[in-house]
Design a protein around this ligand. Structure first.
Ligand code: FAD
Length: 462
């Protein structure tokens, strides 16, 4: 407590009143994310420059105060959740976006810029930073890089780590390091950028990034299909790839997800046939008569039950809004457990069936929702409390189920987290995805960056 008071006094010597928040409600907001966990840090610091971030980290090192780097707080695993005696270091006021470097096809941004603001800056130049997520209006570039975000376009562009050339970071000791500045090539030893990307705020605070951009697709066509089984979705994926146009997206969701979006958000599907699953396929090409024939052939060969092609931009938005509204629609309900699975495509159908069976055998009293990035082998499984179950029963059911779920993942060669990270919620299960040797290296790397253990302690590994 004395340390916390000393911090506030010293921080206020170089930050304005509005840059150090201590109001419990504000602290609780800044200390919580989209996971089911909530935090209560003793203070929130809102630096406006890298120099201020460095001064804050120096001070926290001296006082041995835990620091939780914080972006848009849209994370789903509690990575930005801050404990009682920790400080939230929010990058929200550092959101400057430099002019696009069209020759290099890059843009330098401060870490607090939202993903959407970066997209909007790129748009007039016909360029994109291709990380596309439903949370883009709130999540920040620093958060996207710290979590190595995936999203709706991974099938075409890969994850966030592919789209960064340079980083400015501040270490736990308060030193500012420029990693690679703005250059494209730099084969001079270990790649520290890639170590920091995906480290969930445990190795350093990202203050700036040079993002790699690419040209916006000339044209794209959005298909919306009803499908009866996961097996057919995988068959559809093969057929879609065989059209030889790059796939910009291949997303799926179950009937229950559609019902939830219809009910909670008042959105509707224009398909006529009720199906077990729905798939959005976006191809990087203009619509041709051949593609229309292809869609018809999918119905006649019973790969799909029903399908439509979105002809106008309104129709495209409407189709995408069904997929993008799922997480929000489920947040209107009671208790919820979210699992972000990564599975080999070859066995995905069996693994999903095995998981569903396990839910039945264990009599988990909940509704089950499947959706996500099936084209990347990463379905999200959300389990939501039903009215007939109490919160205690729901939690007990899910706790029993989780052990079995992660065992199934281990046996199938999958991962416990495809793209959301480990944070707090998946920490106890990391042994299912990482060997003891890998975890020993994680600890060694953590010690090298942050010997006092003040940066986001307790996240990823203890
Ligand atoms: C509706 C919805 C849809 C989503 N869809 C996707 C999806 O499709 N794919 C996907 O991958 N994720 C998705 N997410 C999860 C989330 O949006 C991403 O993980 C995102 O990258 C988090 O960014 P953020 O700025 O909100 O980070 P936060 O939640 O604030 O933080 C996440 C982690 O990064 C660390 N961090 C944040 N900023 C910095 C920084 N400047 N320096 C160092 N560490 C930092 C934090 O300490 C924390 O550990 C979704 C979330 C929601 C709510």
């Amino acid at each position: 407590v004395n340390r916390n008071a000393a911090f506030i006094k010293e921080a206020r010597a170089f930050l304005s009143e509005s840059q150090v928040l201590t109001d419990p409600q504000e602290c609780s907001n800044f200390g919580s994310d989209w996971s089911r966990l909530s935090g209560a840090p003793f203070a929130v610091a809102l630096p406006e420059s890298t120099a201020q971030v460095a001064a804050l980290l120096k001070l926290c090192s001296e006082l041995k105060i835990a620091v939780v780097p914080s972006g848009g707080r849209t994370g789903l695993v509690g990575g930005a959740v801050a404990g009682k005696d920790s400080l939230v270091l929010s990058l929200a006021r550092m959101h400057f976006i430099h002019k696009i470097n069209t020759a290099a096809s890059t843009v330098r941004v401060q870490a607090g810029a939202t993903t959407q603001a970066v997209h909007e800056q790129c748009e007039p130049h016909g360029l994109i930073w291709p990380i596309e997520l439903a949370s883009k209006g709130s999540c920040q570039i620093g958060g996207n890089l710290a979590t190595n975000a995936g999203g709706l376009r991974v099938i075409r562009y890969g994850m966030a780590r592919k789209w960064v050339n340079g980083l400015q970071i501040v270490t736990a000791a308060g030193n500012i390091i420029e990693l690679n500045r703005q250059i494209e090539k730099n084969n001079t030893g270990y790649d520290l950028i890639q170590l920091v990307v995906g480290s969930e705020g445990t190795l350093a605070v990202i203050t700036e990034a040079t993002l790699r951009l690419t040209t916006k697709p000339q044209a794209s066509t959005v298909f919306f299909f009803g499908v009866d089984s996961i097996e057919q979705i995988v068959a559809l994926l093969s057929l879609a790839r065989s059209r030889r146009f790059p796939l910009l997206a291949f997303e799926f969701f179950s009937r229950a997800c559609l019902r939830s979006v219809e009910k909670e958000l008042n959105r509707a599907s224009r398909l006529n046939v009720d199906s077990a699953f729905y798939v959005i396929v976006e191809m990087e090409c203009a619509l041709t008569p051949e593609l229309e024939l292809w869609t018809e052939s999918l119905v006649s060969s019973k790969i799909i039950t029903d399908g439509l092609i979105a002809h106008s931009s309104d129709e495209r938005k409407q189709v995408w809004s069904l997929r993008e509204g799922i997480t929000e629609s489920l947040s209107h309900r009671g208790g919820i457990r979210k699992y972000d699975l990564s599975l080999p495509l070859i066995t995905i159908q069996n693994t999903i069936l095995e998981i569903e069976n396990r839910i039945k055998i264990l009599k988990v009293r909940a509704d089950v929702f499947w959706f996500g990035h099936l084209g990347d082998g990463s379905p999200h499984l959300n389990i939501v409390q039903i009215k007939e179950s109490t919160r205690e029963d729901f939690d007990a059911d899910c706790d029993r189920f989780e052990t079995d779920l992660f065992k199934i993942l281990l046996e199938s060669g999958g991962s416990i987290s495809a793209e959301h990270g480990v944070g707090l919620l998946k920490k106890d299960w990391i042994t299912y995805s990482r060997t003891p040797e890998e975890r020993a290296w994680f600890r060694a790397i953590k010690n090298a960056f942050d010997p006092l253990g003040i940066l986001n302690p307790g996240k990823i590994i203890d």
